[in-house]
Every structure is written in structure tokens, then in C-alpha cells.
Ligand binder design. Sequence first.
Ligand SMILES: NC(=O)c1ccc[n+]([C@@H]2O[C@H](COP(=O)([O-])OP(=O)(O)OC[C@H]3O[C@@H](n4cnc5c(N)ncnc54)[C@H](O)[C@@H]3O)[C@@H](O)[C@H]2O)c1
Ligand SMILES: [Zn+2]
Ligand SMILES: [Zn+2]
Length: 361
Amino acid sequence: MAQKVRGVIARGKGAPVTIETIVVPDPGPGEAVVQVQACGVCHTDLHYREGGINDDFPFLLGHEAAGIVEKVGDGVSNVKAGDFVILNWRAVCGNCRSCLRGRPWYCFNTFNATQKMTLEDGTVLTPALGIGAFADKTLVAAGQCTKVDPAVPATVAGLLGCGVMAGIGAAINTGNVGRGDSVAVFGCGGVGDAAIAGARLAGAHTIVAVDIDDRKLAWAKEFGATHTCNSQKADPVAYIKSVTDGNGADVCIEAIGHPAVYRQAFDARDLAGTVVLVGVPRPDMTIELPFIEVFGRGGQLKSSWYGDCLPSRDFPMLVALHQQGRLPLDKFVSESISLDAIEEAFHKMERGEVLRSVVVL
Ligand SMILES: NC(=O)c1ccc[n+]([C@@H]2O[C@H](COP(=O)([O-])OP(=O)(O)OC[C@H]3O[C@@H](n4cnc5c(N)ncnc54)[C@H](O)[C@@H]3O)[C@@H](O)[C@H]2O)c1
Ligand SMILES: [Zn+2]
Ligand SMILES: [Zn+2]
């Protein structure tokens, strides 16, 4: 039977979010209902609320979550009721042209639940990134559930469901950071600091954190930044060159989605280096680059969707690294909040007061 639970809804562009009763259908074939235990507040939720992703309001926000599988539909074999899972927005299809070429982390046909969650009046909801986990329960495709060790707290595990995975993956998967590399990360929110942590894990020896907020730069050091630069006080390109023998960084990671900052990342890169864009631009943004430099500097300009992660491969591995004390996921959790504090958490994020506010249900 369909269940009625609380969910956090964005009804229109820029309007404050509201808690409403939502209707969660029983899982159909290939689907699962998950009882959400924790869900982080990611900047992408705010992008949705501001109409920066698309206009398919009303949105059921929240997508960085962990919880317990309550019930599965017919034909589900990867998880069962009672499993502790991290929700992902990359349930790979196995059949698209990318999966068939052995590159499932680019899957072009990822699964979401077929049935729709609605408001009580039947209005169909658009779940953020096909998840919608600022809710007591949510309906997803079973492939969106990745089973991990239940010993890890949900507040920490859920972070791997989006921003932290995107940042770590931007460094280790997309940027291919390796031992001895120099790395610069622009924007030290949850995603940027995760890129810093990923660069450290991968063996980078110089990691420059760039932000406009000194508090964020202090936190970035805790994740492994060896140098910091407040780009409102100093030219980050000149600074990065000054700490890399005048060369620039091997890998520059843009974790904001801002054209001017992307340009800084482009200019701060060494010859044959890599720029990774993991920040999400708004649809109206454009960039202009000196074409001869695009050619003349060689290397790679890459984008990182979800850190090019493969949830089944990466989530359990990163949980294990955390449990071994090699990845301080708990440091991302600035505060635990209730469902009714999300609007305030957006403001705290904008004011730079938090890395991650995590809703605990
Ligand atoms: N590619 C993906 O799969 C993926 C996944 C999750 C999030 N994201 C995106 O990553 C971006 C960051 O997300 P977040 O949750 O870390 O956000 P956040 O708001 O926590 O962090 C952004 C950081 O950028 C800094 N900043 C802002 N303007 C700056 C500037 N001009 N120069 C330097 N620093 C500046 C802020 O001080 C803040 O520390 C967002 O665009 C989000 O949508 C992408
Ligand atoms: Zn596919
Ligand atoms: Zn996110």
C-alpha cells in the first residue's frame, strides 16, 4: 500500500522550501522503498530550488543519503529488506553504448524508479537527481541502492551518495591524480574538500586550496591542503605557479561552476596538465578561452559527472578507507539538523558557515 510521509518540497523558483505530505507508492518491479536515515544538504539542492537545473517544479529535494531498505519489488536481487544502503544517482543500465564499451561510469541511460511519488492531491514530484531523500521514505530503482557496511554511521555514509564522491572522484577518477602530482582545487566546500582528500589519498605532494573565505581555507588544510590561497586577496594563478617551480599544477579542479574561476584553473595548469570541472554551471553561463592556449598547452580539459564513480566499486571501498582512518569523512559533517531546518541550512551554506549540514531522520 502507498505510504504517506513527510518530504521537503521546492514549489517554485527561489521560493523557500516547505515540508509537505508526500505519497510513496509500494515498490514495483525493480524498485525499492528506502527508509532514509540521513541526507546531506548539497549545493545542487539549492541549484534545483533556484531553477538552475530545470523547471520541473515541484521538486522533492535531497539526494545525498543513506538508509535502510524497507521493501523491494519483484525481480530485485541486489538488495533486500533490512540492508543498509547508500543511495546513488548512477544505477547503470548495462546496455547503453557506454556500458557496452566497458565504461559504465558514463552510463547514458541510468535508472530511476518508474512509478512517481506525488503530493496528496496527485501532483507528480520530480525527485532531485532521481532520489528525493529529504523525506522519511523514498522510492528509487533498486540499482540506486548500494549496500555498504552498516557499522558506518548513516550521517557519514550518505555523503558518499553525491558531493563527497563527486569531489574524491574528480581527483582520483577524472583527474587521475597520482603519486607526486601537484593539484590545485578551486572552491573548498564539501565537493572541493573531498577533491583535496582524494588528491591526498592518491599521493599528490602539493595540494593548493583556493577559496574566497579564510574559514574554508582553514578547513581545507584538515583534509590535506599543503598550501592555501584566498583569491580575493592574492592572484591564485601567480600563487599556484609560485609553489610549483613556476610551472602550474598538474591537475586543477574547479569545484564551483563559475566561468571566471574556470579561467583561473585553466591558467594555473602546467603544460600537458588536466583541468577538471566538477562544479555545476548555470545554463546561461558561457566561457571564452584563448584558443591557441587550448591547443598549445596540450593536456586535457575534462568534466566530472559524479566523480566518474561506479557506486558498486567506489562506495564500499571509500567506506573501508574511512573505517581504516585513511579518509576523514566525519569531518565533512558540520551539523546534524532536522527536516524543518533545510532552508536555514541553505543560508548557512551561502554564508560559508558549514561544509555539510546533514538531515537526520
Ligand atoms: N559534478 C557533480 O557530479 C557534482 C556533484 C555534487 C555537487 N556538484 C557541484 O559542485 C559545486 C560545489 O558544491 P558544494 O556543495 O561544495 O558547494 P559549497 O557552496 O559548499 O562550496 C562552494 C565553495 O566555493 C567557494 N567560492 C565561491 N565563489 C568563489 C570564487 N569566486 N572563488 C573561489 N571560491 C569561491 C565558497 O566560498 C565555498 O567554499 C556546486 O556547483 C555543486 O552543484 C557537482
Ligand atoms: Zn548504460
Ligand atoms: Zn549533490
